[in-house]
Design a binder for this molecule. Sequence first.
Ligand SMILES: CC(C)=CCC/C(C)=C/CC/C(C)=C/C=C/C(C)=C/C=C/C=C(C)/C=C/C=C(C)/C=C/C=C(C)/C=C/CC(C)(C)O
Ligand SMILES: C[S@@+](CC[C@H](N)C(=O)[O-])C[C@H]1O[C@@H](n2cnc3c(N)ncnc32)[C@H](O)[C@@H]1O
Length: 378
Amino acid sequence: MTAPADTVPPAGTGAGLRARLLRALSHPSMQARAARFPFLRRKVRREGEALFDLVQGFVSSQVLLAVVELRLCHRLMEAPAHPADLVATTGIPCDRLTQLFQAAAAVGLLRRRRDGLFDVTPRGAALTGVPGLEAMIAHHGAFYRDMGDPLALLRGDGPTELAELWPYVFGPGRDEDPVRARRYSRLMEDSQALVAQDTLSAVSLSGVRRLLDVGGGTGVFAEAAATVTPGLRATVFDLAPVVDAARERLDAGAHAGHIETVAGSFRSDALPDGHDAVSLVRVLYDHRDDTVAELLARVRDALPPGGRVIVSEPMSGGAVPDRATDVYFAFYTMAMGTGTVRSQARIAAMLRAAGFEKVRRHRSGRPYVTSVVEARRR
Ligand SMILES: CC(C)=CCC/C(C)=C/CC/C(C)=C/C=C/C(C)=C/C=C/C=C(C)/C=C/C=C(C)/C=C/C=C(C)/C=C/CC(C)(C)O
Ligand SMILES: C[S@@+](CC[C@H](N)C(=O)[O-])C[C@H]1O[C@@H](n2cnc3c(N)ncnc32)[C@H](O)[C@@H]1O
């Protein structure tokens, strides 16, 4: 099959040369021949490994899930062990458990010692300490089932399990079950610690007296902001069942007197005013462009001229696609139903269209945790 004429650059241009080279590299005989040249051999091997890594990604993820479900890193942090030591408590035959230990060592979570015992590596120890990470890994079953047929997901055929897990994206009405709201709030709460840490190291809130955290969940970000900003008072705005859970959490914490909660929907209610900054942490990527445009208009209306809006969430790499956000978060938000990851440039454009100026895109140290864009109301 030949490519359409407009995709094939004229012969003799650099792009034409590149297209011919790529076509040649797709032939097995050419791949074998390239591997015979010492200066190409390393490149050929690396490309093979990179392709194999893509092929086996799901299997590695499921090894990780088994490690998490068995609390293997926790157990081995107490004392190094041989797989045989865990047969009785796990109910897994020794030969299979040995395979799991080997696999976990191969992906860098465990280390096989000379005496045949296994212990954890710094990576395995870090896995147990990253707040919310094990809960996130454990809930991936729903996501992976949605990814089981990626073309159906891309076409938007049928319901997805993640949409059931995060029902609030469909708006009030689907989100009144308090047990369900508590469950998703807990997942967000657990994974918020790193996001708050990176957001607050990207932006300084000094000078902000009143912060409104829209879609603030159970108030973890508001608390973190109050902790690093003396004198800051915050308001958490979220749907009624989430706000109930927030109040319960906040009342037991150190900043209860400094953090108010207001229940409402940003789809139908005006946002509370009297704040000099508004944060939107992991909120926009849950929603379609029209919902986001309306929300940003409400944020603008709630702020005084010069007031700040801070957007923090995993963002697409845009012109330079990013592995964590353009793969994992893009498909995660797609499976949620209405969400999408947007690049910093796209969010900046939406902010400008909503009446904001002086847009700043902060460089992210960990795009897989969050990226930040802030702006001022005109
Ligand atoms: C001791 C010896 C021998 C050497 C020491 C060497 C040394 C110092 C090593 C360093 C060890 C160390 C301290 C490592 C620390 C590692 C850290 C902090 C890792 C952090 C990793 C964070 C990860 C992987 C975060 C993942 C986050 C995910 C998957 C979040 C998903 C969130 C989702 C899906 C949210 C969904 C909610 C919604 C609704 C879409 O908004
Ligand atoms: C992904 S969570 C983020 C929570 C928190 N900001 C965080 O990063 O952990 C999105 C939040 O937006 C809230 N939300 C969704 N739709 C909303 C609406 N229409 N009005 C107010 N809050 C809403 C959800 O209840 C949820 O708490």
